[in-house]
Design a protein around this ligand. Structure first.
Ligand code: MN
Length: 336
């Protein structure tokens, strides 16, 4: 999948510049890139006089605490207040319609659906695609769109763009961190945003219950050196009881995998998290570069990127792990 054609950029510029009203949506359980790309585009459109609503199709509708500092969160409406047939519908960081949750049907009811995304697993739904899986984050594509629209970067736009950039690059550590990523970061910092406070809110702030939950999740981690065709698997589970005992929600435990995946004996790291609302398991997988976990998770009904992906499972824990082990054993290996 290569960069969007110039004609697609121009169509998007004309559509968004001419619209009186635009409805934005990102994937359920939004992360920094989903929220950041949506709120940056929303703030930019609003600054030009466009009526904007933004949402995702998940209940209960709560902005994750780590991202509640973002400007333009006042654009957010619960999915029940989202227009039934928006003339212009833009999805952000969402590889397939089911990831929109209850807003999935807007792909069919909207006048035009614009898809802005960087997932390799993107299914090419909707009518106009700004999709590039070589982009480090969806915010990179939004920034390129705003440049083409002639929108000047304000702090209200730069803060959510920076949030998506810092989260999807793992604080500028992952392979997708190109020179142009740093050039965009420099432009964003030049607006005067407090990147130190953004990083603290995202990475270094959590309720005390997080410390205990992390300890329990790490304490029960298992290493399977023979798994993944001998490349090794490390995994752990976060149970519903862990969440209730610590007063945390599913969105608060995203960071567990960043500790689990440090185990050097394992190519692949997995965290299986109970979703008390949906009543299923949310499985997150990471690889260090030798195995395409994106294809593995797509085959199991999910999606994502080569080195970071996930899927949902309605099976019990043992069955879920068994399916995953079997898929990982046959996973395509990537060139070094
Ligand atoms: Mn993303």
């Amino acid at each position: 999948m290569s960069a969007p054609a110039e004609a697609a950029w121009q169509q998007a510029v004309e559509l968004l510049s001419g619209a009186d009203e635009v409805a934005l949506a990102c994937h359920v359980a939004p992360d920094g890139d989903a929220l950041g790309s949506m709120l940056a585009l929303g703030a930019a459109l609003r600054s030009r006089g466009t009526r904007v609503v933004a949402s995702w199709g998940g209940e209960p509708f709560e902005v994750p605490a780590a991202y509640s500092f973002l400007p333009a969160v006042d654009l957010l409406v619960p999915p029940s207040d989202f227009p039934a047939a928006p003339p212009v519908f833009v999805t952000l960081d969402t590889g397939s319609p089911d990831r929109l949750g209850s807003l999935e049907d807007r792909v069919g009811t909207s006048g035009c659906t614009v898809v802005i995304d960087h997932h390799a697993s993107n299914t090419r739904y909707g009518g106009l695609h700004l999709v590039d899986d070589t982009s480090a984050a969806t915010v990179v594509l939004v920034a390129a769109l705003l440049d083409r629209m002639g929108v000047a970067l304000t702090q209200e736009i730069a803060a959510p763009l920076y949030t998506g950039l810092v989260t999807d690059t793992g604080s500028f550590r992952y392979l997708a961190t190109t020179p142009s990523v740093h050039e965009l970061a420099a432009r964003l910092l030049a607006t005067g945003i407090r990147h130190d406070l953004i990083a603290r809110s995202i990475y270094d702030t959590a309720p005390f219950g997080w410390v205990g939950l992390l300890g329990r999740a790490c304490g029960r981690a298992e290493l399977e050196v023979d798994a993944v065709a001998g490349l090794g698997l490390v995994w752990t589970v976060v149970e519903s009881a862990d969440l209730s005992a610590s007063g945390l929600g599913l969105a608060d435990v995203e960071g567990v995998i960043d500790v689990i995946r440090t185990a050097q004996e394992a190519e692949v790291a997995v965290v299986v998290k109970a979703d008390p609302v949906a009543g299923d398991w949310k499985v997150s997988a990471r690889s260090k570069g030798a195995v395409d976990v994106g294809l593995v998770c797509t085959a199991l009904g999910g999606g994502g990127h080569r080195f970071a992906a996930g899927f949902s499972s309605g099976d019990d824990l043992a069955t879920t792990l068994g399916r995953l082990r079997a898929a990982l054993a046959d996973a395509p290996h990537l060139p070094a």
